[in-house]
Design a protein around this ligand. Structure first.
Ligand code: ZN
Length: 161
């Protein structure tokens, strides 16, 4: 059998704040504000997240740390799990994530959060837009789907019937 390369294309845009519409800016401001709800006494690194649901509601998340370190959870997953419980039948349209101003770069979600985003995209059969924000940088990273950051995810199609 011949060797093959599995290739993929990723579309990650760096957009200035002026290039975003008012609904997008509103979601970004909610993610910025959600950082105040962070429980991060160990890292002091506050991350906020905000999800725009298809019904127009916004669900917030912030990182929640724990003295037993692995028991904490990222802002994105706090927001997604909360949205999954609060609006179980509603589609997640967009997720904005904002890091602490001390971060050196624009943020990318961790692998665990990307896997959870991918699960919800699979569940709702529609993409989840991402906005990745640093409070003092002038650009926002946007993608149309989690697939741009996690092209090869594990999902229920991989499980046996
Ligand atoms: Zn994460």
């Amino acid at each position: 059998m011949e060797e093959k390369n599995l290739e993929f294309q990723s579309e990650l845009k760096a957009v200035p704040f002026e290039g975003l519409n008012s609904q997008e800016m509103n979601l970004i401001h909610k993610a910025l504000g959600a950082r105040d709800r962070s429980h991060s006494p160990y890292s002091n690194f506050k991350v906020g997240a905000a999800i725009l649901m298809a019904n127009g509601q916004v669900v917030l998340g912030a990182n929640q740390e724990n003295a037993a370190y692995p028991s904490g959870l990222c802002a994105e997953r706090v927001a997604m799990f909360s949205a999954g419980v609060e609006f179980p039948k509603e589609r997640m349209e967009a997720l904005a994530v904002c890091v602490d101003e001390r971060a050196t770069n624009l943020p990318f979600p961790c692998g665990g959060c990307l896997q959870v985003m991918s699960e919800y995209e699979f569940k709702q059969k529609e993409s989840l837009k991402l906005y990745l924000i640093h409070p003092t940088k002038e650009l926002v990273y946007t993608t149309q789907s989690t697939r741009d950051l996690l092209p090869f995810s594990f999902n229920e199609s991989h499980l046996p019937d």
